[in-house]
Design a protein around this ligand. Structure first.
Ligand SMILES: NC(=O)C1=CN([C@@H]2O[C@H](COP(=O)(O)OP(=O)(O)OC[C@H]3O[C@@H](n4cnc5c(N)ncnc54)[C@H](O)[C@@H]3O)[C@@H](O)[C@H]2O)[C@H](O)CC1
Ligand SMILES: [K+]
Length: 542
């Protein structure tokens, strides 16, 4: 699913109205109607009223009143509902006015609460105000601090601020947002929760906490990243008459990963048939340079995940002293002991053996459980520069990169180079604070990947994947239980496996995070009730 920024949405609106000639009032009418439909859908779910809305007309001989926009039963069900519509002065407010009208037609009692005097409305919003007046919709103007605004209401529509907002809500907007959040009433947000940064997912103070957000025409990028994703509640994107394909001159802000977008944007079908004439040599060979005496499990998790994700062969290059730990742990895994003078650690000299092993393998995954050691930078640089094949760099290998001056000090590789940092590793690698990385995950990932020519997997809730061409994908599969030791090692193995099977950097990274999350969901549904998830469970669920 396509994401857009506020600026891109304005360009799309402009193009739709001025170039395609679809009147903005038509768009606003559609916007208000779909918001009303989502309010009614929310009411149905809340009342547990699952039966469909089709009204059985009492006397079948009577011609059904097609003129009624809403089924009779809908009106019946809505009788108990009384919604407060918070109206800002821009077009978001206009949407709210249309929504109020449609809710009234569906039998919901409504009250309009203007955050500024209605006279301050302009254009389409002013026209909608005039219609509401002509209909005699009950209304009042908010005065900060007024008490008892919400009593008797069953819900709130937030039509205060949309994509035209700049910075933190000011003045009466801020106090009304705080009051609405404090009311305990369910809030349905028009387009975005007021106070959300629609581009980054950052939330201003205050920001509406919505149960449901109706993102109009296109998904606003900020709704996919925390904390914005939390403030938005359930997000639904609704068509309002704007063609659902981006105009050529609008790049878009990236895609949400799904089977559809993996297929349409990256040409990957989950149902990829295995080649009938395949044999273990045709599905790629992953080499792992990973593991150290205190951390051999990380390498095993990565290796097993790589095999489970479908590569034909996997070899674990490990310090010789670890061999007893490795033998038999994963029978399908081959091992390549590296001389380590008995201390189970890596050394700069180990690079030569890894380079030799890579002459007969397709992909190197370096980092899980690697540990830190003298000569680490020389070791990694030898691999970074000496291997003409795809590389997955994770965990301690990322920390070694960071300690050796960060990517600016490392040459741009021709082959696919996938980095899989969590926010802390990303911060160290970029010489920033974690908060600075998290402030605009989408923008940061895009800029970093383009600047350094790498495929970046910025992990965390709603992992962001960005490639050297500036393409951005957001993953929404996964489960909170995946925040467990070794989960990242599993992801590294999956991505390396798909690279070995012939996918390019962005394909392997996007498919990898998507499958990793799906496997985590499946493992959680099987085990979550009985307690915590283990990284190994994710591997089994692959
Ligand atoms: N353009 C279209 O064809 C459609 C737009 N839709 C809806 O319109 C909003 C965007 O409307 P816009 O008028 O550009 O901005 P807002 O409604 O968000 O108005 C904000 C309004 O408030 C003032 N303001 C800005 N920042 C702040 C702040 N931090 N605190 C207080 N006040 C602020 C400013 O003066 C603005 O006028 C979009 O989200 C859609 O909901 C429809 O969907 C139909 C198509
Ligand atoms: K809003």
């Amino acid at each position: 699913m396509q994401m857009v920024t506020s600026e891109q949405m304005r360009e799309i609106d402009d193009y739709t109205i001025k170039t395609l000639g679809i009147p903005s009032m038509v768009l606003m009418e559609n916007a208000g109607r779909v918001i009303a439909e989502e309010v009614l859908a929310y009411c149905r779910v809340r009342s547990g009223n699952e039966q469909q809305g089709s009204a059985e007309v009492a006397d079948p001989s009577v011609v059904r009143q097609e003129a009624i926009r809403w089924e009779l039963a809908e009106r019946e069900r809505s009788r108990g509902e009384r919604w407060l519509i918070l109206i800002g002065k821009g077009n978001n407010g206009g949407d709210g006015l249309v929504c109020a009208r449609h809710l009234m037609d569906a039998g919901v009692r409504v009250h309009l609460l203007y955050v500024e005097p209605p006279e301050s409305l302009r254009g389409d919003a002013a026209a909608q105000h005039a219609i509401a007046e002509a209909l005699g919709l009950p209304r009042s103007v908010y005065t900060p601090g007024e008490a008892d605004i919400f009593s008797g209401f069953t819900g709130i529509v937030d039509a205060l601020l949309g994509t035209g907002a700049k910075g933190a809500p000011r003045g009466a907007y801020a106090s009304l947002i705080r009051a609405a959040n404090g009311s305990g009433l369910p809030i349905v947000a028009a387009d975005i929760p007021s106070g959300l940064d629609a581009d980054t997912g950052g939330v201003h103070d205050p920001c509406i906490r919505a149960r449901r957000t109706v993102s109009l025409a296109f998904l606003k990028a900020g709704l996919t990243q925390y904390p914005g994703a939390e403030a938005a509640g359930e997000v639904v994107v609704r068509y309002i008459g704007i063609p659902p394909v981006l105009p050529r001159h609008v790049p878009g802000a990236g895609q949400v990963l799904s089977e559809a977008s993996l297929r349409s944007e990256l040409g990957i079908g989950l149902d990829r048939p295995r080649r009938a004439d395949g044999h273990k040599g045709t599905h790629g060979h992953v080499l792992l340079a990973a593991g150290s005496l205190p951390m051999s499990g990380a390498a095993l998790l990565s290796a097993k995940a790589a095999l489970r994700a479908g590569c034909g062969l996997a070899t674990w290059a490990l310090p010789a002293a670890l061999l007893p730990h490795a033998a038999g742990a994963v029978p399908e895994l081959m091992t390549a002991p590296i001389p380590d003078d008995g201390n189970g650690a890596w050394s700069e000299a180990a690079a030569d053996e890894v380079l030799r092993l890579m002459q007969a393998r397709d992909v190197l995954a370096v980092g899980p459980g690697l540990g830190r050691f003298p000569g680490e930078a020389g070791f990694l640089r030898a691999l970074w520069e000496g291997i003409p094949r795809p590389l997955v760099v994770d965990a301690d290998a990322l920390n070694i990169l960071a300690a050796a001056g960060g990517l600016a000090a490392w040459q741009r590789r021709a082959a696919a180079t996938v980095l899989t940092p969590h926010p802390g590793e990303m911060a160290r690698l970029a010489g920033l604070s974690t908060a600075e990385v998290q402030r605009d995950r989408l923008g940061f990932a895009r800029r970093f990947a383009e600047q350094h020519g790498v495929t970046l997997v910025l992990k965390g809730a709603r992992t962001v994947v960005a490639d050297p061409d500036g393409r951005v994908f957001v993953n929404t599969t996964g489960h909170p239980g995946m925040a467990t030791g070794g989960s990242g090692d599993v992801l590294t193995g999956i991505i390396a496996s798909w690279l070995a099977q012939g996918l390019n950097g962005i394909q392997a990274a996007a498919l990898g995070v998507y499958l990793h999350g799906l496997a985590g969901e499946r493992a959680a549904s099987a085990r979550w009730t009985s307690g915590s998830l283990l990284a190994g469970d994710i591997v089994e669920a692959l």
